[in-house]
Design a protein around this ligand. Sequence first.
Ligand code: URA
Length: 231
Amino acid sequence: MTRFDTGCACCRDDFYDYEEWLMKNVHVVDHPLVQHKLTLMRDKDCSTQKFRRLLNEIGMLLCYEVTRELPVEAVKIETPIAEMHAPKLSGKKLVFAPILRSGMGFLDGMLELVPSARVAHIGLYRDPQTLQAVQYYFKAPQDVAERLVILIDPMLATGNSACAAMELLKKKGVKDIRFVCLLAAPEGIEKLRCAHPDVRIWTAAIDSHLNEHGYIVPGLGDAGDRMYGTK
Ligand code: URA
């Protein structure tokens, strides 16, 4: 794997192997359904309607993976036949936090699996010159600090938006954040690994690199434009 340098050597010294260091917090969801749907989405001829549907479906599948280790507790119930102790979710309640606008593409699929989750909307856009994240909106549930926040954005490119969103959430007192994306660039993973080593990442694939415009290569283009047909 190419070694990218974001200028931060904070936590790397303990690790002999760069790839081991980089991948420590990353879960690549290699389920065949996810991989198949992702391939359909990457195709430049995939229609807007189909792209949106597939993103929604993958959102649901990634939600299944990111919630895999949620704690459960045994509760006593009565089936029509007998009493039993059966597992029920316990622990922190969830907030899904889409980064606008393309994070919205995952939201419906995730809410279908966890309908009681709350939603925090985080409005960030990428300055096309500097590629830095600029905030224009933030609205989260009042008790967000007590919840597990699943931050969602299909494209982890430079990592600037994801880092900015994590900083906003942490300023509100959130202690437990997981990040879900569809595609990740090694540069973005490195940025998150340095800036937020406590946050784990779930992604369907890790692509080769970013181009000079900050797009993931080979990637799938601009996820927001492809979702909404704005180009
Ligand atoms: N955002 C996108 O939508 N696509 C990329 O390739 C990078 C950032």
